[in-house]
Design a protein around this ligand. Structure first.
Ligand SMILES: [Zn+2]
Ligand SMILES: [Zn+2]
Length: 410
């Protein structure tokens, strides 16, 4: 969905970013300060700093609500570190990390669970997103393209993913990856400044500019990934010949230095994955509340132009040895169903292995790409930037129907 031109901000907005959410079910959080003299805390309860580390506080759900304000209005290296923040909720790279947040932090009680919200101006948020999604070592043309795509996405989707939490976005892959100042670099700040206020627009509206890690060679059509949204301008394109996201532009040995700090170091342009019958059946039963005995395979695959399966039927034997099928309607559901750690993409060929009496002993996948594949291919954009492309030519390549517009400069 795109935002009408009347909703375009005339100046830089301030954002509320959910760092810890009620779904994390946390009752206690530890925070610390790189320099506590720069902060004041508004709260009605008495807080007791840890005796070993006086700049560290344990905050329980009974202590809130509180506002921690930065008393100086500068975007510097100082922040509030929130410990053990979930990253990659529900994906194969899920872990917890410490996040050092710029700006102000609100800690509130949401139905007996903690919510931690970071309040920062949009441009500071974007500088942090650029180096959370990918590494600060990426060339500035990549960082600028990433920042303009992230700014457009944010303004087109602000508040939509978490309507009940009074936040604009969360910190995670569900919205855009935001790890505060963790990977912050001067390059990220300069790249943000260089494209301040610039967004992708189409017919006067801000584009819902999507992106994912690797398209695998051809990007997916937006309409195949989000059929309920009007994203026809996210057209499928061939991502270079040879592919900008392939080993011809970035060797697998060099890729890790450019990836985000929470990303696994492995191959994403082409990948293999294998799962045992029992593990897949258990997982399918759990995800879809079924009572299957064995998975037999998938049928009726419908594929998009990138090779991603956008719907299919998962065929299985039920507990009475009757053949049944479960319809999987989106690339997201397919990836969620076929691996407990979330499959890298739905562009795969599934092979049945060790079949005995019609029942496979395991399933192997030959896949390509990482993520939904629509819009900007991040590794492809990196390949283009390393090859001398400008931020503008990268965005024109991935969003051929859009143009760049500066909507605010103050
Ligand atoms: Zn979110
Ligand atoms: Zn690509």
């Amino acid at each position: 969905m795109s935002v009408s031109s009347s909703n375009m901000p005339q100046r830089e907005p301030v954002l509320r970013i959910g760092i810890i959410l009620p779904i994390d079910k946390l009752k206690k959080v530890t925070i610390s300060f790189t320099d506590s003299a720069l902060y004041e805390i508004e709260t009605e309860k008495q807080l007791n700093p840890s005796s070993e580390a006086p700049d560290t506080l344990d905050v329980s759900v009974n202590d809130v609500d509180m506002i921690i304000r930065k008393t100086v209005d500068v975007f510097d290296e100082h922040g509030i570190t929130i410990h053990d923040v979930p990253a990659g909720r529900g994906f194969h790279w899920e872990k917890t990390i410490d996040v050092t947040a710029p700006g102000n932090v609100y800690i509130t009680n949401q139905k007996d669970y903690l919510q931690v919200t970071n309040e920062v101006p949009l441009e500071q948020y974007l500088a942090c997103v650029a180096v959370s999604e990918m590494s600060a070592r990426c060339p500035s043309a990549f960082l600028e393209a990433q920042i303009m795509a992230a700014r457009s996405w944010l303004l087109a989707n602000r508040g939509e993913n978490h309507p009940d939490l009074q936040i604009d976005v969360c910190n995670d892959d569900c919205c855009q990856r935001y790890q505060g100042m963790n990977n912050f670099s001067e390059d990220a700040r300069q790249s943000t400044e260089a494209c301040r206020g610039q967004v992708l627009t189409i017919k006067g509206d801000i584009c819902d500019a999507r992106y994912s890690k690797s398209c695998g060679g051809i990007t997916e059509a937006g309409a195949n990934v989000w059929p309920q949204k009007d994203l026809d301008y996210l057209v499928s394109i061939e991502d270079g010949e040879p592919a900008f996201c392939g080993p011809g532009f970035i060797s697998e040995a060099n890729l890790p230095e450019y990836l985000g700090s929470v990303d696994e170091h492995r191959s994403y342009f082409r990948w293999d994955f294998e799962i045992l019958q029992e593990e897949l059946t258990d997982h399918m039963n759990k995800i879809h509340s079924l009572n299957g005995k064995a998975v037999l395979g998938i049928e009726n695959e419908k594929r998009g132009p990138s090779g991603r399966i956008i719907s299919c039927d998962l065929v299985y034997l039920d507990s009475n040895n009757q053949q049944q099928s479960k319809h999987l309607e989106s690339e997201y559901t397919i990836r969620q169903t076929l691996s407990p750690s979330f499959l890298f993409s739905s562009a795969f060929k599934m092979n049945l292995k060790n079949v005995q009496k019609g029942i496979p002993g395991s399933f192997s996948f030959e896949g390509k790409g990482w993520g939904h594949g629509a819009g900007m291919c991040q590794i492809g954009a990196l390949g283009m930037a390393l090859n001398g492309s400008t931020a503008e030519s990268i965005l024109t390549h991935y969003f051929p129907k859009a143009k760049l517009t500066r909507i605010y400069s103050s």
